[in-house]
Every structure is written in C-alpha cells, then in structure tokens.
Write a protein that binds this ligand. Structure first.
Ligand code: PMV
Length: 322
C-alpha cells in the first residue's frame, strides 16, 4: 500500500503544546499544502512478527527516528487490535536537509498507508487525529488545499479540516533555501520552550483574531489581508522564540535580507509576503502570476542557495493499492 502526502506551510503558526504527548496545541493554526512536494510511504505487513522495519530515503532509519515512528505505529496496532509489525519505505521528493518540515508529510502518508494495510477505514477527521500524534502539523497535511487545525482541548476535539480546496486560490509558495544544515533545535524541543517566553501569553491571547482574519482572507481571496496577518503571525512566533529560555534564533543574515527585499518589492507593487518556520529558510507567498518574477528575484539574493516553488496541494491519498 502506498500513500502520498504533501508537506504544508503554516500561515498561522502552531507553537506550544497543551499536551505534548498527544500534540494538543495551545492555539489553532492554518496552512496550505505544498503541491508538487511530497512524501511517498510504501507500507506492508512485516513477516517478522517482532519488529518494524523502516527505511527513510533508501537508508535504514537511525535509532531516534525508528523509536519515534515505532511509537506512532503503536497507536495503529492499538486501533487495529492486532499485534502486527510493518515494513516501511518512505521517500521525499524534496531535499530532506532543506529544512522543509518533512515530518508533516511523512506522518500523514504513513498514517493513511498503515491504517489501510490493517484494513482500518478511518474518516478524514479520525485520520487527522492519528497523524497529529506523529507530528502535530502532520494533521494539516491530511485534508486538501487550505486547512485549519482546530486546537481543541483533548484527543477528540483536536483535528484538522479543509477550509478551501486547492483550486480555490492559485497562490505559489516560493521557498528560499538558505541553509542545508540540520537545525540545532527541533520543533519538538521548541514547543516545550514556548511558555518560557513572556510574549507567549500575548501571542496566544490574540491568536483567535488572527485565525479569523486569515480564514476570511482565504475565503475572500484577499491577498493584502492575508499578507498582513501571515507576516504578523510569523513575526509573533519568532518573537516568542527569540525571547524564550534558552533563546531560539533561527534566522541567518540571508533570512533577513529576504525579509527586507520583500518589503521593497511590495513598494514596487508586487503582492508578496513572507513566513518562516523553525529554521532559516523563507517561504515567500504570492499570486501564481507573479511567481516566476519573484523566484528569479529571490535567486539573485546572496545567500539564497535554491528556490523551490509549490502551488496548493491536494489531500493525502493512496496511490498504489498493492
Ligand atoms: O509539527 P511540528 O512539531 O514539527 O511543529 C511545527 C512548528 C512550525 O512549523 C514552526 C509551525 C507550524 O505550525 O507548522
């Protein structure tokens, strides 16, 4: 059984957990699936009845990745009521070292393929709850297009749903890759530090307002409203990161160069905005008609290694039934 899932870029960010085991977030979030970029997870039952087998991009997984994935598969064993083990081959078609969150697409694809192998037929909300337990943001890669993760307060109430299908609004994410180094602090470690920042409370207090503005901007296809709230939300998350103990400063000098360039391009009349996850790379959003020009400009900024582009992607789906 092979499933395909896209990574997603958060337009309103998830940063901080109410429950770090189940990944119940402290605030809701909104994202866009990144079409063209994907994880392909091929899953079958392992005839060896003691152990899962996991290969990531053709290489046997390291013990940390193995433990994380096996613990996730325990949830599927529990759901199926069977003590089965899996053979998994998971491939990304984008550079894993590029700092694009690959755990979201990886756990989304794995959740779908492994439940199908067990003949479990989960509904979409159920599948989002399951994927969430692998990596919080993975729940947003299950539904299609523009997706909202309802924060909730426990396992049953925390799930993701589509706000609009991919064809609703043709935006492009031009991803400016700035570093290929693995990040020093993973997002899992980062969530635990969020509450140590005195700014996290203010960020959380105003999150509902930003969610509403973002949801409405997507429904209205209002780029200027979207741009404003997306940059504000990213800047708020990074303010929390920079002021936590210990502080997390993910930006590199070229990150800032891209942020300045975008402000200038807006003055030139381009519809464009940035958002940054837990790393130095910059996701630059624009209407697709402007994407070729924006990508070319990004490539000319010193320190930008490569620019990938992605339009809104579909839902996690089965691509081979064998
Ligand atoms: O799902 P995680 O634990 O990898 O956290 C994702 C955190 C951010 O990418 C920084 C924000 C988000 O909402 O995707």
């Amino acid at each position: 059984m092979t499933a395909l899932a896209h990574p997603n870029i958060a337009l309103i960010k998830y940063w901080g957990d109410r429950d770090s085991n189940l990944h119940i977030p402290l605030n809701g979030s909104i994202s866009m699936n990144l079409g063209g970029l994907f994880t392909r997870a091929q899953v079958s039952l392992n005839p060896n009845p003691q152990r899962d087998e996991l290969r990531l991009n053709g290489v046997t997984a390291n013990p940390d990745d193995y433990r994380r994935v096996s613990a996730f598969l325990d949830h599927i064993r529990e759901l199926s009521g069977r003590k089965v083990y899996f053979t998994i081959n998971s491939h990304n078609n984008f550079p894993t070292s590029a700092g694009i969150a690959s755990s979201a697409s990886a756990f989304a694809a794995l959740a779908l393929a492994a439940t199908k192998v067990c003949d479990l037929d989960l509904t979409e909300p159920e599948l989002t709850r399951l994927a969430r337990m692998g990596s919080g943001s993975a729940c947003r890669s299950i539904p299609a297009g523009y997706v909202e993760w309802i924060a909730g307060y426990n396992h049953a109430t925390s799930f993701a749903r589509s706000i609009a299908p991919p064809e609703h609004w043709d935006l492009t994410d031009c991803i400016a890759l700035i570093s290929q180094e693995p990040k020093s602090t993973s997002s899992t470690q980062g969530h635990a530090l969020a509450s140590s920042s005195p700014l996290q409370a203010a960020r959380l207090q105003t999150a509902e307002q930003r969610l509403q503005t973002c949801r409405q901007a997507i429904l209205d296809r209002d780029f200027n409203a979207l741009a404003q709230v997306v940059e504000l939300d990213s800047n708020l998350m990074h303010s929390v990161m920079i002021t936590s103990t210990p502080p997390l400063l993910y930006w590199q000098p070229p990150t800032l160069a891209v942020m300045h360039a975008i402000q200038n391009w807006r003055l030139d009349g381009f519809q464009v905005c940035y958002t940054i996850d837990a790393g130095p790379n910059v996701h630059v959003l624009c209407p697709t008609q402007q994407a070729t020009e924006i990508a070319t400009r990004l490539r000319n900024i010193p320190g930008v290694i490569q620019v990938l582009t992605a339009r809104p992607g579909g839902a996690t789906r089965i691509i081979e039934n064998e």
